[in-house]
Design a protein around this ligand. Structure first.
Ligand code: BTN
Length: 243
């Protein structure tokens, strides 16, 4: 379903699902702009026209447990979609991941994910996977991390085209997740995430914590080796190096 403008594609897809609309796996709601785009940790997501604002509906038996896993599935799908897009005679961009679900190009965030939960009137649980991709530069004065766009890497494209690629790659990675489990997704994500031992600082609600990257736990939590021992983090904003 395509809209010129919505408050938030996540909010709209949740409303459709919860109010008993005709829903099915893969249902896509996207908008050319959002007036109330939602980011992680209650932040706003700048949503001017020209970028991708999309939410996909995903069936999951135990959605509460699996929602965080789907963010990693989404990051892999976005990476594949980006690499399939036409470029101006340039090498493929180096697309990397920042925990939990950010997609980076040349060290700048070009995409964020927001997995949320919805329950339909029959009590079935769904995951609403919100994906925002910057195709063109966006000014985010309050950004915690450098913000980039596909245009910065000479990838010249339009939202509808990206969504076609993304629909395919998401469906393929969801198949992998369902067949091989989150372990396979975690391994694939690790190939483009930080190296083991990389210095990381993480902003937590109670303050920053520094350490080195020690991998992802079985549920996708970040493992950080600190001077006082290993910590398992389920929320936080990763900064590379010092905060
Ligand atoms: C983040 O903070 O990194 C997550 C950003 C997620 C933004 C997308 S844009 C489409 C969907 N609808 C929303 O309101 N948010 C997500």
């Amino acid at each position: 379903m395509e809209f010129d403008e919505l408050d938030s594609t996540n909010a709209a897809l949740k409303r459709i699902t919860e109010q008993g609309g005709e829903v099915a796996e893969g249902l896509l709601v996207w908008a050319k702009s959002q007036t109330g785009g939602r980011g992680r940790a209650g932040r706003a997501w700048q949503s001017p026209p020209g970028n991708v604002y999309a939410s996909f509906l995903i069936k999951a038996p135990d959605a509460t447990r699996h929602a965080p896993e789907i963010g990693f599935v989404g990051a892999l799908a976005v990476r594949d979609a980006i690499l399939e897009l036409p470029r101006h005679n340039t090498a493929p961009p180096a697309v990397a991941f920042k925990w939990p679900n950010d997609v980076l190009i040349a060290g700048k965030k070009v995409c964020g994910m927001l997995p949320e939960l919805a329950t339909d009137p029959d009590g079935r649980q769904w995951i609403v996977l919100g994906i925002g991709i910057n195709l063109i530069p966006v000014d985010v004065p309050e950004a915690l991390y450098p913000v980039g766009s596909l245009a910065d890497s000479h990838v010249d494209t339009k939202p509808a085209h990206v969504l076609t690629m993304l629909g395919r790659s998401l469906s393929a990675w969801l198949d992998t997740w369902r067949t091989d489990g989150f372990g396979a997704i975690r391994e694939a994500w690790r190939a483009y995430g930080p190296q083991s031992g990389a210095p990381l600082s993480v902003r937590l609600p109670e303050g920053p914590v520094s350490g080195t990257f020690a991998g992802l736990d079985d549920d996708g939590a970040l493992l950080l080796e600190t001077s006082t021992g290993r910590r398992k983090l389920v929320v936080g904003d990763v900064m590379f190096g010092e905060v």
